[in-house]
Design a binder for this molecule. Structure first.
Ligand SMILES: [Zn+2]
Length: 194
């Protein structure tokens, strides 16, 4: 697993999810935080471009494929943010998403193995690769280990490597402690935890 500190996941000091699933984790981790000086990388064309370049580089390293070149412009930003919302909903299971999302990808057989790459450009190409990776990960059993931190003020995406897949915080020392402390204070007051 790559541990690139320049990418969206790297800025939280977290390791990348395995294989092509790193793209979904990276997409989720473009989100900013209201309570910390963490900007939304999809609010601005320049940061969105460097995000997709870095993320596709990691994707290429982890899948052993040549990273596609996907150019994104400011016109793609709303669609990319919407895509991020869809992926978050899949992980949290909070909203049904019955809309069939079409994808355009090319599958080829090279050097003795099947390779795949998104077709087109911009948000459409990103969405195609994201859906393809989500499908692959859901079939290999890694998808359910990609999670978002249960601290509502955080929401950072992490890959749960715990044996029973029971991890809920992206970092036990920060988010875990804060939330557990809040819950135990609420219990002492005789009220349910919020
Ligand atoms: Zn957290």
């Amino acid at each position: 697993m790559s541990d690139d500190t320049s990418g969206s996941t790297g800025r939280f000091g977290l390791p990348q999810a395995p294989g092509g699933l790193c793209l979904l984790q990276d997409l989720l981790n473009t989100a900013g935080m209201a309570v910390a000086p963490v900007p939304d990388l999809l609010d601005d064309e320049t940061t969105a471009r460097s995000w997709i370049d870095a993320s596709l580089r990691t994707w290429g390293e982890q899948t052993g494929q040549t990273p596609p070149r996907i150019a994104v412009s400011s016109r793609d930003l709303p669609a990319l943010r919407a895509l991020r919302g869809h992926v978050r909903d899949w992980l949290t299971g909070e909203a049904e998403d019955r809309t069939p999302h079409p994808l355009t990808a090319g599958i080829s057989f090279r050097h003795g193995r099947l390779a795949y790459e998104p077709q087109g450009n911009g948000a459409v190409a990103v969405a195609s690769l994201v859906h393809l990776e989500a499908l692959l990960a859901s079939h290999t059993g890694t998808f359910t280990r990609l999670k978002t931190c249960m601290n509502p003020a955080c929401g950072v995406a992490f890959y749960d490597m715990s044996r029973n897949s029971t991890r809920v915080w992206h970092d036990m020392k920060t988010c875990g402690n804060v939330m557990n402390l809040r819950a135990s204070r609420a219990r002492r007051r005789g009220t349910a935890a919020p």
